[in-house]
Design a protein around this ligand. Structure first.
Ligand code: RIB
Ligand code: CA
Length: 313
């Protein structure tokens, strides 16, 4: 089995945190080179803090964590405390981390790592707005072609937006960054709301996680029990959607997921549809396909994988 070298770029958020835990619990699949914080669900000062606290929860405190961009490339930052709580990890706030934050800026770390590692051996796993990635590609265009693949949580098409009628949060926060990434030519696997809204922590799944009876599983269950309320009230969902863990699960077991290779463009001009990820699902344009758009998953097997891996921590 090939062990994929990854950089996780993230804005924890409870679902980001669970994705990080899943990656830590999967050393036979993933080598985490480093984790970069981006502003998103909560401000950068909090996301970089949360990453380190989550790593320490899992006893993974040797990993290097970097702070990246504190605002989108052009716009003012929009955050989501109303969903994730003031700290971003509402439901189970963690002890203040002792592990250090690295001095190197997250964007410089991404550039340096892509330059240092052999070409086509580093995968970028993006769980938040794409500001760090797009800034790295703009500042050092030569690293674009050195990137193996981008696996991203972001966008929506048939499921429509969760911030505006047309835009999903990670794209909405920094649409200009998303446009740069989708036009980069790098192989992209996109896990939009179309699939992540099918990865719901139902009551039975919540019970199965709680039944692990470990410090990690207790925290995870409290996180999902906290942030599910937004989706239950808005969508009548059967539980919290595990958006970001889908990115990591895709790398561990891609057969859980299915989708279509197509063109995705990002709206950056219209105020009405700003941040919309326009997916040419029926191939009606002559735009070149640039993305594997994931639309479905085997949710039972996804949760089986997640629960078994969390039991390792
Ligand atoms: O729209 C869902 C995405 O926005 C997830 O990554 C969540 O963590 C937030 O960042
Ligand atoms: Ca996120």
């Amino acid at each position: 089995m090939t062990i994929r070298k990854i950089i996780i770029d993230t804005d924890p958020g409870q679902d980001d945190a669970i994705a990080i835990l899943l990656a830590i619990a999967s050393p036979e699949n993933l080598e985490i080179l480093g984790i970069t914080a981006v502003a998103g669900n909560v401000p950068l000062s909090q996301t970089q803090h949360n990453i380190r606290a989550v790593c320490e929860l899992a006893g993974f405190d040797a990993i290097n964590v970097y702070a990246g961009c504190n605002k989108p490339m052009l716009r003012t930052l929009a955050t989501a405390e109303h969903i994730h709580g003031k700290t971003g990890l509402g439901g189970a706030d963690l002890p203040c981390p002792q592990m250090p934050l690295q001095d190197t800026h997250g964007v410089d770390y991404i550039i340096n790592t892509l330059r240092k590692e052999p070409q086509d051996t580093v995968t970028l796993c993006t769980l938040g707005p794409l500001t760090n990635i797009a800034t790295a590609f703009t500042r050092a265009p030569s690293v674009v072609r050195r990137t193996q693949e981008i696996i991203m949580m972001g966008g929506a098409y048939f499921e429509v937006g969760n911030v505006t009628p047309t835009a999903e949060f990670n794209i909405f926060v920094d649409p200009e960054a998303a446009k740069i990434v989708f036009n980069s030519g790098i192989p992209i696997v996109m896990l939009p709301l179309d699939v992540t809204h099918k990865a719901l922590v139902t009551e039975n799944r919540q019970t199965a996680i709680q039944a692990l009876e470990t410090p990690v599983s207790k925290v995870v269950a409290n996180w999902t029990g906290f942030y599910e309320r937004f989706d239950i009230e808005k969508y009548g969902s059967l539980g919290a959607p595990l958006h970001d863990p889908c990115v990591i699960a895709y790398l561990i077991q891609p057969s859980l997921f299915s989708g279509r290779f197509l063109n995705v463009e990002i709206e950056t001009q219209s105020d009405l549809t700003m941040g919309m990820s326009v997916a040419d699902w029926w191939g009606v344009t002559n735009r070149t396909p640039n993305t594997k758009f994931i639309s479905d998953l085997n949710d039972n097997d996804f949760f089986d994988l997640l629960t078994k891996r969390l039991a390792r921590l």
